[in-house]
Design a protein around this ligand. Structure first.
Ligand code: ADP
Length: 260
């Protein structure tokens, strides 16, 4: 791109256009490469729950014929159900991406206490896993936003904090505000992220070391979250160090007028 900038045909406009095209080609190439990786990741991510679901159904069918009162029946129903839910969540993310790209991610705003939403979400994490969630900051913060979408952002950040911190149990959530904005931050003490990867984190399909990933996921959660926060007129960001954990944060306007 720089070489084109130094081209002899300096003032005729073509040189500028040419450098623009080269830039686009590089971006297109990167997106194409990520799409290829994404298809391979997505196929794998969909296949795992389908395979488990399929196996559970076969076992259930057999049990219903041979031993319908077995205590294995509820266990396999549960397993099938969990995997079905996993599939629904994966498909929801894929549908969300399509909606975002078609500009159809509708917001349904109401007034609610953000702290209640955060408490519900953290209760869920406490019930489901071994992670300890520590809440600090404000205990009431009314905002005008889409409850379900903000919940989705929080669930994404908290699930990532759980997923990418398998060895370390504490997750700290802090809620603060200024006159016009609230800030929510989710801190984990997990694997962390190399600083050079941070600029790409909120890109569609992006996963650190995509193909060598030992964690499940589609690389869409942060992209969807950043779109949701952006649509609300807020900002989302991260501070992280490899090996030391991450702190993801987002802001939201308190006043309706901040809406974009
Ligand atoms: P995924 O489904 O892969 O988790 P996300 O969009 O939620 O997709 O995150 C994108 C990538 O950012 C992840 O694949 C992971 O590499 C990195 N990442 C996200 N959250 C964390 C975290 N809390 N700690 C370390 N890495 C993270």
């Amino acid at each position: 791109v720089e070489a084109n900038g130094r081209a002899v045909f300096d003032s005729d406009g073509n040189a500028t256009r040419l450098s623009g095209i080269l830039q686009d080609v590089t971006d297109d190439y990167q997106i194409q490469q990520r799409k290829d990786e994404f298809i391979s990741v997505a196929s794998h991510e969909l296949k795992t729950p389908i395979t488990t679901l399929n196996a559970s159904m076969q076992i259930l069918q057999r049990l219903m014929k041979t031993d319908p009162t077995s205590d294995k029946v509820p266990m396999f129903i549960n397993k099938a159900n969990n995997n079905l839910n996993k599939l629904v969540r994966l498909l929801d993310d894929l549908l969300n991406v399509t909606r975002i790209q078609q500009g159809q991610l509708a917001l349904n705003k109401t007034m609610f206490n953000l702290v209640d939403l955060i408490q519900d979400c953290t209760d869920h994490v406490r019930m489901n896993g071994e992670h300890e969630v520590i809440l600090s900051g404000d205990n009431e913060l009314m905002i005008y936003a889409d409850y379900r979408r903000i919940d989705q952002v929080l669930v994404n950040l908290v699930n990532n904090a759980v997923k990418y911190a398998p060895q370390s149990k504490n997750i700290e959530i802090d809620i603060s505000h200024t006159a016009n904005f609230v800030t929510v931050s989710v801190r984990d003490h997990g694997i962390g992220i190399n600083p050079d990867k941070l600029p790409h984190l909120f890109d569609r399909y992006y996963r650190v070391d995509a193909l060598g990933h030992q964690f499940s996921g589609l690389g869409l959660g942060l992209y969807i979250s950043s779109e949701i926060i952006g649509r609300h007129g807020g900002q989302i960001g991260v501070e992280s160090q490899r090996g030391e954990g991450s702190r993801f944060w987002f802001t939201l306007p308190i006043n309706e007028e901040e809406e974009v």
